[in-house]
Design a protein around this ligand. Structure first.
Ligand SMILES: Cc1cc2nc3c(=O)[nH]c(=O)nc-3n(C[C@H](O)[C@H](O)[C@H](O)COP(=O)(O)O)c2cc1C
Length: 188
């Protein structure tokens, strides 16, 4: 089996849900962002990255997302939202939202997802913890949603498709779920 640094990082990355308070270093943030900018994209880089490192604003995003989740038909999301202790950002000091231009000639979902995966892999490669976070995007469906969009300076016509949190891992050991068998068909 071929083993190299890239393959090791891909297998090693896990969603981290417990973070130290300490902010990540600026050079670490820049390395992560640059990896995002180099992701494959069908929309000619019609994406936008929003970095949020303001603790008070992160707290408001968590609360707004939980309020929006309480109104959903999806029971497990309502249950999570009703748990007062649940912080959908897990106390991470940095959140990056990846938005796509809704006027782009191709749908931007895949572009933003590819960029987000690059952010996560870059983070792992420099020893940062990360977690892809859908939940916080619910904040934009809350009553404060349009105000939050303005405050975050998300460009007009752009939709927040993905987001992820970053920080220093609190716990060194995380559970690695077994890979399911029979997920690949070979036709030769
Ligand atoms: C599109 C997407 C959205 C996700 N949203 C959340 C989320 O809101 N909260 C969360 O804790 N994890 C979220 N995750 C992380 C998944 O739960 C996680 O990747 C999965 O359980 C596999 O674990 P691993 O990342 O450690 O391999 C999301 C992952 C993806 C790809």
């Amino acid at each position: 089996m071929i083993v190299n640094e890239t393959l090791k990082i891909i297998k090693q990355r896990r969603s981290i849900r417990s973070y130290k308070d300490e902010q990540i270093k600026e050079e670490e943030l820049q390395a992560v962002l640059e990896a995002g900018l180099y992701a494959p994209n069908a929309g000619d880089q019609a994406w936008h990255f929003t970095v949020i490192q303001n603790k008070e604003l992160l707290g408001r995003l968590n609360l707004a997302a939980k309020e929006a989740a309480k109104q959903l038909d999806i029971e497990f999301l309502r249950e999570i939202a009703n748990n007062e202790k649940y912080n959908c950002l897990y106390g991470a000091p940095t959140l990056i939202i990846v938005s796509g231009n809704e006027q782009a000639p191709v749908p931007l979902e895949a572009d933003c997802a590819a960029a987000t995966q690059n952010l996560l892999l870059a983070a792992e490669s420099i020893g940062l913890g990360s977690c892809w976070i859908f939940f916080v995007l619910l904040a934009f469906n809350s009553p404060q949603g349009s105000e939050l969009r303005k405050e975050l300076k998300i460009p007009e016509g752009y939709k927040p498709y993905d987001s992820a949190v970053f920080g220093y891992k609190k716990d060194a050991v995380v559970n690695v779920p077994e890979r399911k068998p029979n997920l690949i068909t070979y036709i030769k």
